[in-house]
Design a protein around this ligand. Structure first.
Ligand code: SAM
Length: 365
């Protein structure tokens, strides 16, 4: 069975490794293609069919989708792939013609293999790139094609609010994906523990990618500007046994981080401190790893204050950091100057898509 998996742009390699690791732990073969047709934030996984014996001794089919939805920390969606296709030239086509092509393609697919006529369905769509039509047009077009195709077998049921089956249609530049979204309407990166919504919170998938890149080894981990605690909470939820420390300047966010950690059931695993990261040595003599999504000065605070903040923070960090640091920011110049001035070496750099921005991720030593 083939699955279209979605994640943040720039962490596809880490998502691939995670999925391989998960299936390997079950002894199930999987082959994964990163960025199919060059589309960022997407993977196609082909998983072999496998079975298990339930508690009553009955042979049952193993569901890779349920398994990934329950266990992945880096994926956003798990979609049973129906079809993937490159619609050459769709971006420059007249909207009617482009939508007609999509309709004809979807109508030609064996949709009846994926939904029973008695089950209600809805289409959710996603569009990215330059097109002369909207994602709503795509949802309507794909919905009509599915409806017309299913009409051969009876009267199809549409339920836009609470469908039994969710079709997901994506058009990213000229690449079209259609599948059954097994994740549902809420992406996996929206964690159920998030009871406090920080205005600049990090996606949980990226938080996990940062932890993987830090290669934490059981030593102490600090997030010196922890906001609502995403990185630390996700780390604790991975069963990390080392010391986990969070510093946050503002009481409101720190209280929010505590509420989130409580909701996640890991409050006793994290030492939260209200403090100033530019005075880091007041709170810690030594830490093995620092992982943080730094302020960018966009949503909160002032951009002009960022270079000074970074310079003072990395000066303090250089006195206590033993192993590696992983940081995320849009402020390339300010952070690279602060690394250089304070003797940090960049081990790895990549761009990650976060909240519509391209954000720089650094691993330093
Ligand atoms: N990763 C966090 C989350 O998921 O909620 C968001 C972090 S947010 C981008 C940056 C945080 O740094 C903000 O909560 C801000 O209040 C905090 N901050 C700014 N300056 C600080 C300082 N000098 N010391 C400690 N925290 C600071």
């Amino acid at each position: 069975m083939k699955f279209l998996l979605t994640t943040s742009q720039g962490i596809e390699d880490l998502a691939k490794k995670e999925v391989e690791r998960l299936f390997e732990s079950k002894g199930i073969k999987v082959s994964i293609e990163e960025k199919p047709f060059g589309v960022e934030g997407r993977l196609i996984a082909e998983v072999e069919e496998s079975f298990y014996t339930d508690e009553k001794g009955k042979k049952r089919e193993f569901s890779p989708a349920t398994f990934l939805n329950e266990n992945s920390r880096l994926l956003h969606r798990v979609i049973v792939e129906i079809a993937s296709l490159k619609f050459k030239g769709i971006e420059s086509q007249e909207p009617e013609k482009a939508l007609r092509e999509i309709y004809d393609f979807v109508y030609s697919l064996p949709i009846e293999n994926y939904v029973k006529i008695t089950e209600s369905f809805a289409v959710r769509s996603f569009r990215k790139g330059e097109h002369e039509f909207t994602s709503v047009d795509i949802a309507k077009t794909v919905g009509s094609a599915i409806y017309d195709r299913l009409s051969r077998y009876g009267k199809p049921k549409v339920n836009l609010d609470h469908p039994s089956v969710i079709f997901r249609a994506e058009l990213i530049d000229d690449v079209f994906f259609l599948g059954i979204d097994t994740t549902g309407d809420s992406s996996l990166h929206k964690r159920p523990w998030r009871v406090y919504d920080h205005p600049a919170h990090l996606k949980a998938s990226i938080a996990n990618a940062m932890t993987e890149l830090a290669e934490v080894d059981g030593g102490s981990v600090i997030d010196p500007m922890c906001g609502s605690g995403t990185i630390l909470i996700e780390l604790a939820l991975r069963g990390y046994e080392g010391r986990i420390i969070g510093i946050e300047k503002y009481k409101k966010h720190l209280r929010g981080a505590r509420m989130n950690a409580l909701a996640a059931g890991v409050l006793d695993r994290i030492e939260f401190i209200q403090g100033d990261a530019t005075k880091l040595t007041q709170y810690a003599d030594s830490v093995d790893f620092a992982i943080s999504n730094l302020p960018y000065g966009l949503k909160i605070g002032k951009k002009s204050l960022i270079p000074k903040l970074y310079m003072e923070f990395f000066s303090e960090l250089s006195k206590v950091l033993e192993k590696r640091g992983v940081f995320l920011t849009t402020e390339k110049k300010a952070i690279e100057e602060a690394f250089e001035e304070n003797g940090f070496k960049i081990l790895h750099h990549r761009l990650v898509g976060h909240g519509g921005l391209r954000v720089h991720l650094y691993v330093i030593q």
